[in-house]
Design a protein around this ligand. Structure first.
Ligand SMILES: C[S@@+](CC[C@H](N)C(=O)[O-])C[C@H]1O[C@@H](n2cnc3c(N)ncnc32)[C@H](O)[C@@H]1O
Ligand code: SF4
Ligand code: SF4
Length: 343
């Protein structure tokens, strides 16, 4: 089955008739953590802002045919007061709605508001199985609070016999925390979360800052021992009835190592199917570029506070971006892109 960002090569053109089926809304670029993998911790990407209700609804209202909305960018979406109203606005238009959260603000009241709004999927980025490793990666001592929040949220869902939102736990693939993986599976089981993801870390080609660097990236150069740890965690997950998704690492016949194809970027179909808007309205090609390339200038494709979506989607910047993605010389943000980054 084809995924929403896949399209056969022969259908590609720099102009796209069909509007995007998926939109990322960076509902805020504010955050209450200092993750050592996140560019936000080390530089101001844009002026601090929550996306205005007017901008949010104007983008949604221009998006006939929208199937999926992701309500995070680089920032913590649960800091936004009217997040449940945004979810409801999209659910009233039959859009599948999800977001990643750091889980720090998932108290009973906020959790209930999200259940009531009809959220489809809640992805909690936990990144560790105990407080010390958590603090090393996420910058603050909040592990126990997040685990407590998720446990209580799952209990509330059981008490109310509701399945939505689907809850999952996420761990960014770092060599420094691979030893957390089995514990991570057990934590998921203990809070009754049945889905976990080991996601590929994206880092700047100049080696960036903090842990977002080549030598920490698990998927860059994995040893047999590390692969063994992943397979052990996957077996444990299976035995506990937990689905374990490791960005391809445990699928038969695929290598955990980064694709070495000559032009991996040429497989990307995101600029043909999805859009991403920052809290200020800036259009970006995807959710990965902010992690692979410093500053937004080289991959800014428009401004939703000044232009219509249609003008942006087939405007000169989008056309040029698509054109270079199909060429041997891709946009700089795309040059090292692998396609199993499941952000
Ligand atoms: C930027 S955060 C925004 C949502 C929310 N603040 C959170 O942490 O879940 C989106 C996802 O990116 C992950 N992430 C952080 N740094 C990353 C990196 N360098 N490469 C890949 N994913 C990263 C986070 O763990 C999270 O799952
Ligand atoms: S990964 Fe999420 S929680 Fe961590 S600093 Fe970035 S936006 Fe905040
Ligand atoms: S950075 Fe990667 S995912 Fe984003 S548009 Fe470029 S190739 Fe596609």
């Amino acid at each position: 089955m084809r995924r929403y960002f896949e399209k056969p090569e022969d259908e590609l053109s720099i102009l796209v008739e069909t509007p995007p089926v998926c939109i990322y809304f960076e509902v805020t670029n504010r955050c209450n953590l200092l993750c050592t993998t996140c560019p936000r911790t080390f530089e101001e990407l844009e002026p601090e802002k929550d996306m205005s209700w007017e901008l949010f609804t104007s983008i949604v209202d221009q998006s006939a045919g929208l199937k999926r909305a992701v309500l995070h960018g680089v920032g913590e979406p649960m800091l936004v007061k009217n997040l449940p109203s945004m979810v409801r606005y999209l659910k009233d238009r039959s859009v599948y709605v999800l977001f990643n959260t750091n889980g720090t603000l998932l108290n009973e009241k906020n959790g209930q508001a999200l259940i009531d709004a009809g959220l489809d999927e809640l992805r909690v980025s936990l990144d560790a199985a105990e407080p010390t490793a958590f603090q090393m990666v996420r910058g603050r001592d909040m592990f126990d609070r997040i685990v407590k929040n998720v446990r209580r949220f799952r209990q509330m869902q059981q008490e109310q016999s509701v399945e939505s939102p689907r809850v999952s736990l996420w761990l960014t693939g770092l060599r420094e925390t691979l030893d957390q993986l089995e514990g991570f599976v057990r934590i998921a089981d203990s809070v009754n979360v049945r889905e976990i993801y080991l996601q590929r870390m994206v880092f700047f080609s100049d080696n960036g800052k903090g842990l977002a660097r080549a030598e920490s990236a698990l998927f860059e150069k994995t040893t047999a021992e590390e692969e063994e740890i992943i397979h052990r965690a996957a077996s444990l997950a299976t035995s506990l009835g937990i689905s374990f998704n490791a960005s391809g690492a445990t699928e038969p016949g695929t290598s955990i190592k980064k694709r070495r194809d000559d032009s991996p970027w040429s497989l990307c179909r995101r600029p043909w199917s999805l859009m991403y808007f920052t809290a200020n309205g800036r259009a970006l090609p995807c959710c990965i570029a902010p992690f692979s390339m410093h500053g937004y200038d080289s991959f800014t494709l428009g401004d939703a506070s000044q232009q219509t979506l249609r003008e942006i989607w087939n405007g000169p910047q989008y056309q040029q971006f698509r054109g270079s993605l199909m060429s041997p010389e891709p946009p700089r943000a795309c040059a090292n892109c692998g396609l199993r980054w499941s952000l």
